[in-house]
Design a protein around this ligand. Structure first.
Ligand code: KG4
Ligand code: ZN
Length: 350
C-alpha cells in the first residue's frame, strides 16, 4: 500500500442485494453481492424480508469483500454507503453498519446517492484491464427495476435528470409483463431469452405520446393485458402458443421507446459520449440498438461490465471516491433517506 492510495469500502443495501466492495484509486479490488432468493417465492421484493436478509448478510459480505481485496480494515481511507433512494428498512441496515464501522476505525464516512452511483459506475476500472472512460459532458440512460432516467452528466459531482419515467420504470415494465405472461420473477432476463427466438413484428403495440424526454410504460402493460385477454377468448392457449413472439414484440416496443428518447436527447444535447447504466442494460436488444445509435451518430458508446450495471457496491465506492477527493464527508448524524435528493443531482427538464 502506498501512503497516498485512496482505498474506499463501499456498502450498498438499497433494495434486495447486499453488496460490499473495496476500490483502490478507482480500481475495483473486490465487489461482493449477496442476492436474496427469498423474493422469488413472492414474485417481487418483500421489504420486510429484504431488511432481515441484509441484516444477516452484511457482516459476511463486508468480510469477504475485504478478504478478496486483500485489504486490512486499518488500510481503509473511508467508508461510502448508499443513503437513498431505496427501501427504508434496507437502507437502514447499510447506513447503521457504515456508521458503526467508521466510528470503530475512526475514518471518514461518505454518503452516496444510489442513482448518481449508477451513472458513476462507468468509472469503475478493473485491474490490468483498463477501458476508455466517458468524457464529460455525456448523456447517460439509466434503466433499472426502480428507475428510468436520462441524465446529462457535466462532472462526477454534477448531473441533471433531463427526462424520467412518469409511471413504471423500464425494468418494472419488463417484470410486470413477464408476470402477466407467467414467467418467473424477475421476468426481465427470462423475457429477453425468449424474445431472442421470437418475431418482434408479431404484435404492434402503440407507443405512448409523452412530451419532451419523459417516458411512460404503464400503458404498454395494459395493452398487453387486454391483447392477451381478447386473444385468449378467441383462441384458448394463445399466450403459451405464441410466447416467444409476444416476448419479442414487447421487448421491441420497450427498447424502441427507450432508444427513441435517447435519440431525441442526443439531438438536443449533442454529446460526444453516450452511456447506458442500470440492470436493464443487460437486455440484448437494448445493447444492440444503443450500439447502432452510437454508430449512426458517430458517438462513443459506454456500457459498464454487467456486474457494475445491476445494484453493486463498487459503484457506491466509486461515487464515494469522487466525494472523498472533494472533501465532502458526512458525520454520525447521517441517516437513510428513502427519497434522497442531492443538491448536485437535480431535475431540470429542457
Ligand atoms: O439495476 P437493477 O439490478 O436493480 C434495480 O435497482 O432495480 O435492475 C434490475 C432490473 C429488473 O427489473 C430486471 O428484470 C431487469 O433489471 N433486467 C432485465 C434484464 N436483466 C435484468 N430486463 C430486461 N432484459 C434483461 N436481460
Ligand atoms: Zn439500482
Amino acid at each position: 500500500m502506498n501512503r497516498t492510495d485512496i482505498i474506499i469500502l463501499g456498502i450498498e443495501s438499497s433494495c434486495d442485494d447486499t453488496s460490499a466492495s473495496v476500490i483502490r484509486n478507482g480500481e475495483v479490488l473486490s465487489n461482493v453481492v449477496a442476492g436474496q432468493e427469498i423474493h422469488r417465492l413472492y414474485g417481487g421484493v418483500v421489504p420486510e424480508l429484504a431488511s432481515r436478509a441484509h441484516e444477516s448478510n452484511i457482516v459476511p459480505v463486508v468480510e469477504t469483500a475485504l478478504r478478496n481485496a486483500n485489504v486490512a480494515k486499518s488500510e481503509l481511507s473511508a467508508i461510502a454507503f448508499t443513503k437513498g433512494p431505496g427501501l427504508p428498512g434496507s437502507l437502514m441496515v447499510g447506513v447503521s453498519f457504515a456508521k458503526a464501522m467508521s466510528m470503530a476505525l475512526q475514518i471518514p464516512l461518505v454518503e452516496v446517492h444510489h442513482m448518481q452511483a449508477h451513472v458513476l459506475a462507468h468509472f469503475a476500472q478493473v485491474p490490468n484491464n483498463p477501458k476508455p472512460l466517458p468524457e464529460f459532458p455525456f448523456l447517460c440512460l439509466t434503466v433499472s427495476g426502480g428507475h428510468t432516467q436520462l441524465v446529462w452528466v457535466t462532472s462526477p459531482m454534477k448531473m441533471e435528470i433531463v427526462g424520467e419515467t412518469l409511471d413504471d420504470a423500464a425494468g418494472e415494465a419488463f417484470d410486470k409483463i413477464a408476470k402477466i405472461l407467467g414467467l418467473p420473477y424477475p421476468g426481465g432476463p427470462e423475457l429477453d431469452k425468449l424474445a431472442r427466438e421470437g418475431n418482434p413484428a408479431f404484435i404492434r403495440f402503440p407507443h405512448p405520446r409523452i412530451d419532451k424526454l419523459d417516458f411512460s410504460f404503464s400503458g404498454l402493460k395494459t395493452s398487453v393485458l387486454y391483447h392477451l385477454r381478447d386473444k385468449e377468448k378467441e383462441e384458448p392457449g394463445y399466450t403459451q402458443k405464441n410466447l416467444k413472439d409476444i416476448c419479442a414484440s414487447v421487448q421491441h416496443t420497450i427498447t424502441d421507446i427507450l432508444i427513441d428518447k435517447l435519440n431525441l436527447a442526443v439531438k438536443k444535447f449533442k454529446p460526444r459520449d453516450i452511456a447506458l447504466a442500470g440492470g436493464v442494460s443487460a437486455n440484448s436488444e437494448l445493447r444492440k440498438k444503443f450500439g447502432e445509435l452510437a454508430q449512426k451518430r458517430g458517438l462513443h458508446a459506454h456500457i459498464p461490465a454487467f456486474e457494475f450495471c445491476t445494484d453493486n457496491a463498487a459503484m457506491i465506492a466509486i461515487a464515494g471516491m469522487f466525494k472523498f477527493q472533494e472533501g465532502i464527508f458526512s458525520d454520525l448524524s447521517a441517516a437513510a433517506d428513502p427519497r434522497y435528493q442531492d443538491s448536485q443531482f437535480v431535475t431540470h427538464k429542457p
